[in-house]
Every structure is written in structure tokens, then in C-alpha cells.
Design a protein around this ligand. Structure first.
Ligand code: GLN
Length: 477
């Protein structure tokens, strides 16, 4: 039986001490997936053979008494927007339903090189566009904590897999909140690293100036461990930063006493659920009692973040998704009579409604005559948002906010109202736009037992501090 709350460290030591084998642990996780996932829908593809090979390698190392790498034997789940060589990668889109990549995403390759056992690929919103996982072309995901609720999105399958103990850790991607928001809805930890900290080579692009890869885990220490594995310069991604990667796990032990934490009134305004507000306020009190100083800060451009995000993200998406033309590897319509008909029908038949909406919005924002009024203006506001944070980080070491204005909502509750859905990202999109790191850590639950997340935002490339604050809070709570 899988112990609940089985963490990365526990797995690695149990294997090193030969109390369990990687193979047995892997099998237990597959059994659990078989039992639970018909209901939850977290996985789109399982890759048993690949997992078996990885498990075998670790078990041999353990048998020889070799020192084990940091993720040795850890069963993990990978969001299906990350390429896996020889294993179907769909982005939860009909357009890539049968796509088998010829290479591995760098983050996945690094996880495996560190000993992780990839169990399979997780469900998500199509091309990572959404906040509820209902935009998957294949099936929605249900929140393991409340089956009538969404798990959040777009990395809902990854968050649900970890929350339901179907994987010990997972990778997600975050363009406007897609790691942190599902983590908060499912009661697990989600970390979006600084833009440039983790290579995106092999990530199916949604909005290239906003896309990030990061871990979803059961606790903060595991998030620190995974980040240490996947972070760092990759010659295959020119946007990956050539900076040293700290020992994030060792950094957790530094005291959090004396750190200055900013609280911005803009994140506690209209639309914030009273139970979420209360939980986050008591988490802030708790951090204060741990010796952190609470400092009011202002992030005055916050009200413009959602429109700015939905202009820039859709503009970049319209450009990135132009490649799915049915010629090379995406879905191709049958029975067409001309090239233009093939393009048109291939795209029409294989993209879902939200993806089409984004392509249209983005194409509009980029078109001649509107470019200056929309796209260029949005870029300028993006700079103002980033400056808000720069200003605030002169005074404080990190900023604490709710992760999402509400707890997990019901399936279907917002699916016919795109604007209401977009507002679910109100507290998360700012960090993507500014390129700063953010983490969501569980901070209690509502009366209906729905998890609530505390978000901690930090300076560029200072994941160590937000991990440290999150860890201190987690230990105390
Ligand atoms: N929910 C946001 C959107 O729909 C963010 C998605 C993401 O971070 N990938 O665009």
C-alpha cells in the first residue's frame, strides 16, 4: 500500500536502504492509477515500458550500493505539453492526438537523469489554455479532494495526480498561473520558477515570453529538490539563464526570522472569497509570529494585469499555433481539394473552442491598425507591472497573497463564461508578466473542506527565499 504523503526524500532513502524496490513502488502507483484514475482523469497516456527501464536502472544501482541521485526511484507524472521521445504527447488537443515526439524535453530528461520514473503524461487544458481543465479535448479532470469540482488548470492532471497519490511529484507549466492555481485547488505545492531558470526546450509553446516549467509536489522540500534538478542553463534554449543554481534544499534551513514580507491591498479587494481571505490572513499572522516582518506595499497597476495578459498571451499563441497546419505533424483533414482548404479544415476540425477564441483574439491584437492600440500598449503596461514589483522588492524580500480568489469551483460553473474563467487568474498572471518566481503552498481549507493556497512571490532568480518562507510556514502549520 502506498503511504499517503510519500515524499521524494522518503522514497529515495527507502530505496537506498533497500526497504522497497523501485519496481514495487512503480507497480503500486500503476495499481493506484488503475483504481482511481477512471474517476479522476489525470492521465492521458501511461508509459510502462519506459518506467520499467528507469526503475530497473535504479534498483540495480541500489543493489550495488551505489549512491543514488536526488530523484532516485521517484514516480513522477509529466504534463502532456512536454515532449517525451517515443511517447505520445498531445497537449490535450485533437490536433496532436497521435503525435510522437522524436526527442525529450530538457526538464523531463533532467528528471530522468536524476533517477525519476516517468509513469505517464497528464491531462491539461488544450495547449495549456484554461483554468479548470475543462478545455481538454479528451476529458475533464476531477478534483481528488471534491469530485464535483475542477482541479484547476491548466496543469490540472499533474496537480490531481499528486493530490491523489498517483505520483509522488509532477511537472506542470505556468503561463498565467497554471502551476500555482491547480496546486492551490488540489491542496498541494506548486512552484513557478523565474523566467529563464528552467529550460523550455521541448515544451509545446503557448506564449513564449510567459511560459515556465516547474514542479508540483506534496511539500516544499520536494519542490526545492525538483527545482534543483531541472534548473540551469541549457544550450538548447537561448532564454535559459546562465546563472549558478543554488542548493535549494540546504537554503530551506536558513532562518526566515527577520525577513520582510509585503502585503499588497490590491490582492485583497473585490471578488476575494471571504473564507480564502480569512485563511490567507491567518497564514500571514502565522508568518508574523514566526518572526517575519509584515510590510504594506502597493502594486498599483494590478487592475490592468488580466487584460494585459490576455492580449500578450493570445498574440503569442496565435503566432505559435500557426505551425499546426496539417502538413508536418498535426491533424490533417481528409478529402480536401486544395491546400488552403486543407489548412482551414485541419485547423477547424482539430482545435477546440477556447483555442480558436485565443487565436482570433491574438490575431486581432496583432493585426495592422490594431497592433499599436492593443499589443504595443499591453507591452508597455507589462513594463509598468514589472516596475511595481521592482519598487516593492526594494522594501521587502517576498510578497504574500492568495493564490486564487476562490477555492475550486464546480465543473461547468464557469465553462460558458470565458471572462469569469479569465478572472480566476487575477492573482497569478502578474508574476508571469513580470518574470518573477511564485509558489503556492496549502494554507487551510474552507468549511466544505476545499483546499486554499497561499502564494509567495519573490525577486528574479530568488526562488530560495520564497521556498524558505513557504517551508517555514508549512512546518509551523
Ligand atoms: N488560465 C490561464 C490561461 O488560460 C493561464 C494558463 C497557463 O498558465 N497555462 O491562459
Amino acid at each position: 500500500m502506498i503511504q499517503p504523503l510519500l515524499t521524494i526524500n522518503a522514497v529515495r532513502s527507502a530505496i537506498q536502504e533497500r526497504k522497497i524496490t523501485t519496481l514495487a513502488l512503480m507497480e503500486e502507483h500503476y495499481e493506484r492509477i488503475e483504481k482511481e484514475d477512471a474517476q479522476i482523469g489525470a492521465f492521458l497516456t501511461l508509459c510502462r515500458e519506459r518506467a520499467l527501464e528507469a526503475a530497473d536502472r535504479i534498483d540495480r544501482m541500489a543493489a550495488e550500493g551505489e549512491p543514488l541521485p536526488p530523484l532516485a526511484g521517484v514516480p513522477v507524472a509529466i504534463k502532456d505539453v512536454m515532449s517525451t521521445r517515443g511517447v505520445r504527447t498531445t497537449a490535450a488537443s485533437k490536433s496532436l492526438e497521435h503525435y510522437i515526439p522524436p526527442y525529450d524535453c530538457t526538464a523531463v530528461a533532467r528528471m530522468e537523469a536524476a533517477g525519476a520514473v516517468v509513469l505517464g503524461k497528464t491531462n491539461c487544458d488544450e495547449f495549456a489554455m484554461g483554468s479548470s481543465n475543462e478545455n481538454s479535448a479528451f476529458r475533464p479532470v476531477r478534483n481528488p479532494r471534491a469530485l464535483d469540482r475542477v482541479p484547476g488548470g491548466s496543469s490540472g492532471g499533474s496537480a490531481a495526480a499528486v493530490a491523489a497519490d498517483m505520483a509522488v511529484a509532477a511537472l506542470g507549466s505556468d503561463t498565467g498561473g497554471s502551476i500555482r492555481q491547480p496546486a492551490s485547488f488540489c491542496g498541494v505545492v506548486g512552484l513557478m520558477p523565474t523566467y529563464g531558470r528552467v529550460s523550455r526546450y521541448g515544451l509545446i509553446a503557448f506564449a513564449s515570453s510567459l511560459d515556465h516549467i516547474g514542479p508540483i509536489t506534496k511539500n516544499v522540500k520536494d519542490a526545492a529538490t525538483v527545482l534543483g534538478v531541472i534548473a540551469g542553463r541549457d544550450p538548447m534554449d537561448s532564454t535559459s539563464a546562465n546563472l549558478p543554481v543554488p542548493d535549494y534544499v540546504a537554503e530551506l534551513e536558513k532562518p526566515s526570522r527577520g525577513l520582510k514580507l509585503g502585503v499588497a491591498k490590491e490582492y485583497f479587494g473585490e471578488g476575494l472569497d471571504p473564507e480564502v481571505r480569512q485563511a490567507v490572513e491567518s497564514a500571514i499572522d502565522r508568518l508574523n509570529s514566526l518572526g517575519c516582518e509584515i510590510v504594506p506595499v502597493s502594486l498599483p497597476h494590478t487592475p490592468y494585469a488580466i487584460p494585459t495578459y490576455y492580449l500578450i498571451a493570445t498574440a503569442e499563441a496565435s503566432s505559435n499555433l500557426a505551425r499546426y497546419d496539417g502538413v508536418r505533424y498535426s491533424y490533417r483533414a481528409r478529402g480536401v481539394k486544395s491546400l488552403s482548404e486543407m489548412y482551414r479544415r485541419s485547423r477547424d476540425e482539430s482545435f477546440g473552442a477556447e483555442v480558436k477564441r485565443r487565436i482570433m483574439l491574438g490575431t486581432y491584437a496583432l493585426s495592422a491598425g490594431y497592433y499599436d492600440a492593443y499589443y504595443l500598449k499591453a507591452q508597455k503596461v507589462r513594463t509598468l507591472l514589472a516596475r511595481d514589483f521592482e519598487e516593492a522588492f526594494r522594501k521587502v524580500d517576498a510578497i504574500v497573497t492568495p493564490t486564487s480568489p476562490t477555492p475550486a469551483f464546480r465543473l461547468g460553473e464557469k465553462s460558458n463564461d470565458p471572462l469569469a474563467m479569465y478572472l480566476a487568474d487575477i492573482y497569478t498572471v502578474t508574476a508571469d508578466l513580470a518574470g518573477i518566481p511564485g509558489i503556492s503552498v496549502p494554507c487551510g481549507e474552507t468549511r466544505d473542506k476545499l483546499p486554499i493556497g497561499l502564494q509567495i512571490l519573490g525577486r528574479h532568480f530568488d526562488e530560495a527565499t520564497i521556498l524558505r518562507v513557504a517551508h517555514a510556514y508549512e512546518q509551523a502549520a
